[in-house]
Design a protein around this ligand. Structure first.
Ligand code: NAD
Length: 252
Protein backbone atom coordinates (compact mmCIF):
# COMPACT_ATOMS: atom_id res chain seq x y z
CA UNK A 1 0.00 0.00 0.00
CA UNK A 2 1.33 3.43 -0.87
CA UNK A 3 1.12 6.37 1.52
CA UNK A 4 -0.44 9.73 0.67
CA UNK A 5 3.01 11.31 0.32
CA UNK A 6 4.59 8.57 -1.80
CA UNK A 7 7.11 10.08 -4.21
CA UNK A 8 7.09 13.46 -2.48
CA UNK A 9 10.24 15.17 -1.22
CA UNK A 10 10.19 17.51 1.77
CA UNK A 11 12.46 19.82 3.73
CA UNK A 12 11.72 20.12 7.45
CA UNK A 13 13.59 22.79 9.45
CA UNK A 14 14.12 22.48 13.19
CA UNK A 15 13.96 18.70 12.76
CA UNK A 16 16.35 17.63 15.55
CA UNK A 17 13.52 17.48 18.08
CA UNK A 18 9.99 18.56 18.92
CA UNK A 19 7.43 19.25 16.22
CA UNK A 20 10.01 19.16 13.42
CA UNK A 21 11.28 15.70 14.36
CA UNK A 22 7.70 14.41 14.73
CA UNK A 23 6.80 15.88 11.34
CA UNK A 24 9.80 14.28 9.65
CA UNK A 25 8.75 10.91 11.12
CA UNK A 26 5.12 11.28 9.96
CA UNK A 27 6.12 12.46 6.47
CA UNK A 28 8.43 9.47 6.03
CA UNK A 29 5.74 7.12 7.42
CA UNK A 30 3.38 8.50 4.76
CA UNK A 31 5.86 7.79 1.96
CA UNK A 32 7.88 11.00 1.62
CA UNK A 33 11.63 11.40 1.50
CA UNK A 34 12.85 14.19 3.77
CA UNK A 35 15.80 16.55 4.20
CA UNK A 36 15.99 17.24 7.94
CA UNK A 37 17.70 20.52 8.83
CA UNK A 38 18.78 21.90 12.18
CA UNK A 39 21.63 23.84 13.83
CA UNK A 40 21.87 20.85 16.15
CA UNK A 41 23.89 18.65 13.80
CA UNK A 42 24.16 15.64 16.11
CA UNK A 43 20.44 15.78 16.94
CA UNK A 44 19.31 15.94 13.37
CA UNK A 45 21.68 13.10 12.38
CA UNK A 46 20.13 10.99 15.14
CA UNK A 47 16.55 11.57 13.94
CA UNK A 48 17.48 11.04 10.28
CA UNK A 49 19.37 7.89 11.28
CA UNK A 50 16.15 6.42 12.71
CA UNK A 51 14.37 7.05 9.43
CA UNK A 52 16.81 5.21 7.13
CA UNK A 53 17.41 5.95 3.45
CA UNK A 54 14.28 8.12 3.12
CA UNK A 55 15.98 10.80 5.21
CA UNK A 56 19.11 12.91 5.01
CA UNK A 57 20.34 15.24 7.74
CA UNK A 58 21.89 18.65 7.21
CA UNK A 59 23.40 20.83 9.90
CA UNK A 60 22.15 24.23 8.73
CA UNK A 61 21.36 27.62 10.25
CA UNK A 62 18.19 28.75 8.50
CA UNK A 63 18.98 32.41 9.15
CA UNK A 64 21.81 31.99 6.61
CA UNK A 65 20.39 32.25 3.09
CA UNK A 66 23.23 30.23 1.55
CA UNK A 67 22.55 27.41 4.01
CA UNK A 68 18.84 27.45 3.08
CA UNK A 69 19.70 27.42 -0.63
CA UNK A 70 21.89 24.42 0.19
CA UNK A 71 18.90 22.56 1.65
CA UNK A 72 16.95 23.00 -1.58
CA UNK A 73 20.00 21.86 -3.55
CA UNK A 74 20.28 18.81 -1.27
CA UNK A 75 16.62 17.88 -1.80
CA UNK A 76 16.89 18.17 -5.57
CA UNK A 77 20.39 16.63 -5.75
CA UNK A 78 19.67 13.70 -3.43
CA UNK A 79 16.02 12.93 -4.15
CA UNK A 80 15.47 14.59 -7.55
CA UNK A 81 12.76 17.12 -6.67
CA UNK A 82 11.17 19.24 -3.95
CA UNK A 83 7.45 19.18 -3.11
CA UNK A 84 7.11 20.29 0.52
CA UNK A 85 8.81 22.96 2.63
CA UNK A 86 8.07 23.02 6.35
CA UNK A 87 9.43 26.26 7.88
CA UNK A 88 9.47 25.30 11.54
CA UNK A 89 12.78 26.08 13.31
CA UNK A 90 12.66 28.23 16.42
CA UNK A 91 14.78 29.31 19.38
CA UNK A 92 13.63 31.28 22.40
CA UNK A 93 15.54 34.38 23.48
CA UNK A 94 15.31 35.22 27.20
CA UNK A 95 15.79 38.90 26.31
CA UNK A 96 12.52 38.77 24.36
CA UNK A 97 10.31 40.18 27.10
CA UNK A 98 7.85 42.98 26.47
CA UNK A 99 7.36 46.04 24.29
CA UNK A 100 9.49 48.36 26.41
CA UNK A 101 12.06 45.87 27.63
CA UNK A 102 13.00 43.71 24.63
CA UNK A 103 16.25 44.95 23.02
CA UNK A 104 16.76 45.31 19.26
CA UNK A 105 18.83 42.10 19.25
CA UNK A 106 15.81 40.11 20.44
CA UNK A 107 13.61 41.67 17.75
CA UNK A 108 16.18 41.09 15.01
CA UNK A 109 16.79 37.53 16.20
CA UNK A 110 13.08 36.70 16.16
CA UNK A 111 12.51 38.25 12.74
CA UNK A 112 15.64 36.58 11.29
CA UNK A 113 14.64 33.13 12.53
CA UNK A 114 10.87 33.26 12.07
CA UNK A 115 10.35 35.58 9.10
CA UNK A 116 13.59 35.83 7.09
CA UNK A 117 14.29 32.09 7.33
CA UNK A 118 10.86 31.45 5.79
CA UNK A 119 11.49 34.12 3.15
CA UNK A 120 14.79 32.40 2.25
CA UNK A 121 13.04 29.03 2.19
CA UNK A 122 10.30 30.31 -0.13
CA UNK A 123 12.77 32.23 -2.32
CA UNK A 124 14.77 29.09 -3.07
CA UNK A 125 12.11 26.37 -2.80
CA UNK A 126 9.40 27.95 -4.95
CA UNK A 127 11.41 27.98 -8.21
CA UNK A 128 12.37 24.33 -7.63
CA UNK A 129 8.75 23.38 -6.90
CA UNK A 130 7.35 25.31 -9.86
CA UNK A 131 9.76 23.42 -12.11
CA UNK A 132 8.04 20.13 -11.23
CA UNK A 133 4.44 21.37 -11.22
CA UNK A 134 4.11 22.97 -7.77
CA UNK A 135 4.36 22.22 -4.08
CA UNK A 136 3.16 22.87 -0.57
CA UNK A 137 4.68 25.23 1.98
CA UNK A 138 3.68 24.76 5.62
CA UNK A 139 4.83 27.43 8.07
CA UNK A 140 4.68 26.86 11.83
CA UNK A 141 3.19 29.82 13.67
CA UNK A 142 1.88 29.96 17.22
CA UNK A 143 -1.14 31.03 19.19
CA UNK A 144 1.17 33.85 20.34
CA UNK A 145 0.63 35.50 16.93
CA UNK A 146 -2.93 36.41 17.87
CA UNK A 147 -3.16 35.92 21.65
CA UNK A 148 -0.53 38.00 23.45
CA UNK A 149 1.23 36.33 26.34
CA UNK A 150 3.06 37.98 29.26
CA UNK A 151 6.39 37.97 27.38
CA UNK A 152 7.98 37.11 24.00
CA UNK A 153 6.58 40.14 22.19
CA UNK A 154 9.11 39.83 19.35
CA UNK A 155 8.36 36.12 18.87
CA UNK A 156 4.59 36.71 18.77
CA UNK A 157 4.92 39.67 16.42
CA UNK A 158 7.25 37.72 14.12
CA UNK A 159 4.79 34.80 14.03
CA UNK A 160 2.01 37.23 13.01
CA UNK A 161 4.29 38.43 10.19
CA UNK A 162 4.92 34.81 9.19
CA UNK A 163 1.17 34.25 8.87
CA UNK A 164 0.96 37.27 6.55
CA UNK A 165 3.96 36.09 4.52
CA UNK A 166 2.22 32.74 4.09
CA UNK A 167 -0.99 34.43 2.85
CA UNK A 168 0.98 36.52 0.34
CA UNK A 169 2.81 33.44 -0.91
CA UNK A 170 -0.48 31.60 -1.37
CA UNK A 171 -2.04 34.52 -3.22
CA UNK A 172 0.90 35.21 -5.50
CA UNK A 173 1.98 31.70 -6.45
CA UNK A 174 -1.29 29.75 -6.56
CA UNK A 175 -1.50 29.84 -10.33
CA UNK A 176 1.94 28.22 -10.44
CA UNK A 177 0.83 25.29 -8.29
CA UNK A 178 2.12 26.54 -4.95
CA UNK A 179 -0.02 26.25 -1.84
CA UNK A 180 1.06 27.96 1.37
CA UNK A 181 -0.53 27.38 4.74
CA UNK A 182 0.18 27.84 8.42
CA UNK A 183 -0.10 25.35 11.24
CA UNK A 184 -0.48 27.23 14.54
CA UNK A 185 -0.36 25.21 17.74
CA UNK A 186 -0.99 26.50 21.23
CA UNK A 187 0.86 24.63 23.99
CA UNK A 188 2.64 21.51 22.69
CA UNK A 189 4.32 18.99 24.96
CA UNK A 190 7.78 18.88 23.34
CA UNK A 191 11.14 18.06 24.94
CA UNK A 192 11.80 21.81 25.15
CA UNK A 193 8.52 22.46 26.96
CA UNK A 194 9.24 19.56 29.37
CA UNK A 195 12.52 21.29 30.29
CA UNK A 196 10.60 24.39 31.36
CA UNK A 197 7.38 23.00 32.87
CA UNK A 198 7.24 20.28 35.54
CA UNK A 199 4.65 17.48 35.59
CA UNK A 200 2.32 19.47 37.87
CA UNK A 201 2.31 22.42 35.46
CA UNK A 202 1.65 20.10 32.51
CA UNK A 203 -1.22 18.51 34.46
CA UNK A 204 -2.69 21.99 35.06
CA UNK A 205 -2.50 22.74 31.33
CA UNK A 206 -4.27 19.44 30.59
CA UNK A 207 -6.97 20.20 33.14
CA UNK A 208 -7.63 23.60 31.58
CA UNK A 209 -7.68 22.29 28.00
CA UNK A 210 -11.00 21.87 26.19
CA UNK A 211 -9.63 18.63 24.73
CA UNK A 212 -8.88 17.28 28.22
CA UNK A 213 -5.21 16.75 27.38
CA UNK A 214 -2.28 18.72 26.05
CA UNK A 215 -1.21 18.73 22.41
CA UNK A 216 1.58 16.37 21.33
CA UNK A 217 4.12 16.99 18.55
CA UNK A 218 2.41 14.20 16.60
CA UNK A 219 -0.94 16.03 16.77
CA UNK A 220 0.70 18.91 14.90
CA UNK A 221 2.76 16.71 12.57
CA UNK A 222 -0.36 14.94 11.25
CA UNK A 223 -1.84 18.32 10.26
CA UNK A 224 1.38 19.30 8.50
CA UNK A 225 1.25 16.01 6.58
CA UNK A 226 -2.36 16.67 5.58
CA UNK A 227 -1.52 20.19 4.36
CA UNK A 228 1.43 18.74 2.45
CA UNK A 229 -0.74 16.14 0.73
CA UNK A 230 -3.09 16.19 -2.25
CA UNK A 231 -6.00 15.77 0.18
CA UNK A 232 -5.45 19.49 0.87
CA UNK A 233 -5.18 20.40 -2.84
CA UNK A 234 -7.71 23.27 -2.54
CA UNK A 235 -6.48 24.45 0.87
CA UNK A 236 -4.17 27.45 0.61
CA UNK A 237 -3.69 30.75 2.40
CA UNK A 238 -5.11 29.24 5.59
CA UNK A 239 -4.08 29.19 9.23
CA UNK A 240 -4.96 25.89 10.89
CA UNK A 241 -4.97 26.46 14.64
CA UNK A 242 -4.16 23.13 16.27
CA UNK A 243 -5.44 23.97 19.72
CA UNK A 244 -7.85 21.15 20.53
CA UNK A 245 -10.58 23.76 21.03
CA UNK A 246 -8.48 26.01 23.26
CA UNK A 247 -9.28 26.49 26.91
CA UNK A 248 -12.06 24.70 28.77
CA UNK A 249 -14.91 27.20 29.13
CA UNK A 250 -15.80 28.66 32.50
CA UNK A 251 -18.96 27.20 34.00
CA UNK A 252 -21.12 29.92 35.51
N1 NAD B 1 6.16 23.72 21.66
C1 NAD B 1 5.15 24.58 21.71
O1 NAD B 1 4.42 24.66 22.72
C2 NAD B 1 4.85 25.47 20.53
C3 NAD B 1 3.69 26.25 20.58
C4 NAD B 1 3.36 27.06 19.50
C5 NAD B 1 4.20 27.09 18.39
N2 NAD B 1 5.33 26.35 18.38
C6 NAD B 1 6.16 26.44 17.18
O2 NAD B 1 6.44 25.14 16.71
C7 NAD B 1 7.71 25.12 16.06
C8 NAD B 1 8.56 24.02 16.65
O3 NAD B 1 8.62 24.24 18.06
P1 NAD B 1 9.19 23.14 19.04
O4 NAD B 1 8.52 23.35 20.33
O5 NAD B 1 9.18 21.82 18.37
O6 NAD B 1 10.70 23.69 19.18
P2 NAD B 1 12.02 22.96 19.72
O7 NAD B 1 12.76 23.98 20.49
O8 NAD B 1 11.71 21.65 20.35
O9 NAD B 1 12.78 22.66 18.35
C9 NAD B 1 13.20 23.70 17.53
C10 NAD B 1 14.39 23.23 16.73
O10 NAD B 1 14.83 24.33 15.91
C11 NAD B 1 16.25 24.30 15.89
N3 NAD B 1 16.78 25.61 15.54
C12 NAD B 1 16.89 26.71 16.33
N4 NAD B 1 17.46 27.71 15.65
C13 NAD B 1 17.73 27.25 14.40
C14 NAD B 1 18.33 27.81 13.25
N5 NAD B 1 18.78 29.07 13.24
N6 NAD B 1 18.45 27.04 12.14
C15 NAD B 1 18.02 25.75 12.15
N7 NAD B 1 17.44 25.17 13.21
C16 NAD B 1 17.30 25.91 14.33
C17 NAD B 1 16.64 23.88 17.31
O11 NAD B 1 17.95 23.39 17.36
C18 NAD B 1 15.58 22.83 17.61
O12 NAD B 1 16.01 21.53 17.28
C19 NAD B 1 8.30 26.52 16.25
O13 NAD B 1 8.09 27.28 15.09
C20 NAD B 1 7.50 27.08 17.42
O14 NAD B 1 7.43 28.49 17.38
C21 NAD B 1 5.67 25.53 19.42
Amino acid sequence: MTGPLEGRVAIVTGAARGIGAATARVLVAQGARVVLADVDGAGVERVAGELGPAAVARCADVTDEDAVAGLVATAVGTFGRLDVLHNNAVAQDPRDTDTVGAPDEAWRGAFDLVVMAAVYGCRHAIPAMVGTGGGSIVNTSSGAAVNPTGSHVAYGTAKAALETLSAYTAANYGTRGIRSNVVAPGFVLTEGVREVFDDAAVARFAEGAAAGRVCTPEDVAEVVAFLASDAARYVSGQVVRVTGGGARPLVW
